[in-house]
Design a protein around this ligand. Structure first.
Ligand SMILES: Nc1ncnc2c1ncn2[C@@H]1O[C@H](COP(=O)(O)OP(=O)(O)O)[C@@H](O)[C@H]1O
Ligand SMILES: [Mg+2]
Length: 332
């Protein structure tokens, strides 16, 4: 697997937000590779920077954000240096995003049909004049998402559909154009529990059918387990541990990952984590060493002063913690 070229390669990424009194230094030297067809899950508590990270890939960060350092390579292109035209092409044809709140990402004043047709039209995947082809593609997108009576749904306005149907429409829109990577940011948070499972299975099945890579953001280990080939645990602006799903769940190494797992009810594993004692550090005056040190039961002096690099603990399993310095096979 490591021999292949990643579809997404984020290298040493830093992202700050301008806030009252300075900058919040949120993303802190993050590295992430996603391979073609791979489904990864980004897991971490609220505020750790998951949304910020994926927004940077689409270049949709708000204006207060700046990227002082780092590189994002997507499908061989340097995302941070693309011009508007190249960016639109990338977003239209290769990258799709499903947001947390389906209602907010649909325009209330246009029919579903107009919105899907526009996306197909602007992506340039269908020749401009071919209205019939565009309509066919819109219908197929809805059918792919198991929507009954797609012709009728195309004529509906968003308010005429249930929350679950709206999220299906958003998934259909994300998939209406060709795509190599789908990013889903807590796509079921606002849905009924009974619908959540269906929507997650739909995303997973479609990613597999279309051989797309998937980045799924969640704060539930149960969801991550069901969806992902590999889990990346994020804490305060960085990935602190990554491993194939079974390995990570079977042998969590980072003290933060261990604390997360301990906070989940063992039997089902599908409820959101209860949280662990303490809080995320300040991003405006972040600690100079490991950002988890203040909450870590194993922290030693140097953890407060130096931040650990990654130690490789087996095939595809790496962890950013000094506890593994001696046992690691490779220091990355
Ligand atoms: N526009 C913004 N201005 C200032 N700070 C922001 C902005 N957006 C997000 N942040 C801060 O960045 C941190 C990470 O946020 P976010 O990426 O949304 O985390 P997550 O998705 O993991 O919950 C939080 O502390 C949040 O308050
Ligand atoms: Mg978020």
């Amino acid at each position: 697997m490591e021999e292949r070229k990643p579809i997404l390669d984020i290298q040493n990424l830093y992202i700050d937000y301008k806030v009252y009194g300075g900058y919040a230094k949120v993303i802190n030297g993050l590295n992430l590779k996603v391979y073609p067809g791979e489904k990864i899950s980004l897991v971490g508590e609220s505020g750790c920077g998951k949304t910020t990270t994926v927004k940077s890939i689409l270049r949709v960060l708000p204006s207060q954000a700046r990227i002082p350092q780092g590189k994002i390579i997507f499908d061989g292109q340097d995302v941070l240096s693309l011009n508007v035209k190249e960016l639109n092409k990338m977003r239209g044809q290769k990258l799709s995003m499903i947001f947390q709140d389906p209602t907010a990402s649909l325009n209330p004043v246009f029919t579903i049909g107009k919105q899907i047709r526009d996306i197909i039209f602007y992506s340039g995947v269908v020749s401009q004049k071919d209205k019939k082809k565009i309509q066919e593609r819109a219908i197929r997108a809805l059918m792919d998402c198991s929507m009954p009576d797609p012709e009728r749904i195309l004529e509906n306005y968003p308010f005429q559909l249930s929350g679950g149907m709206r999220q299906r429409v958003c998934i259909a829109m994300a998939l209406a154009t060709a795509s190599k990577l789908m990013i889903a940011d807590e796509p079921t948070t606002n849905l009924d529990v009974t619908i959540q499972d269906q929507v997650l299975h739909l995303i997973k099945d479609l990613a597999e059918q279309k051989a797309m890579s998937l980045i799924l953001i969640t704060h539930s280990m149960g969801v991550a387990r069901m969806m992902a080939d590999r889990i990346c645990i994020m804490y305060a602006g960085n990935i602190v541990e990554t491993a194939p799903t079974d390995v990570l769940l079977g042998q969590p190494l980072h003290p933060y990952t261990q604390a997360l797992m301990d906070s989940i009810p063992k039997l089902t594993g599908d409820s959101p984590m209860k949280g662990i004692p303490g809080r995320l550090p300040s991003y405006v005056t972040p600690p100079s060493g490991c950002r988890f040190a203040g909450r870590c039961p194993y922290a030693e002096d140097r953890c407060y002063n130096e931040s650990p690099g990654f130690y490789e603990m087996g095939e595809g399993h790496s962890v950013a913690c000094y506890r593994y310095e001696k046992s690691a096979s490779v220091k990355m």
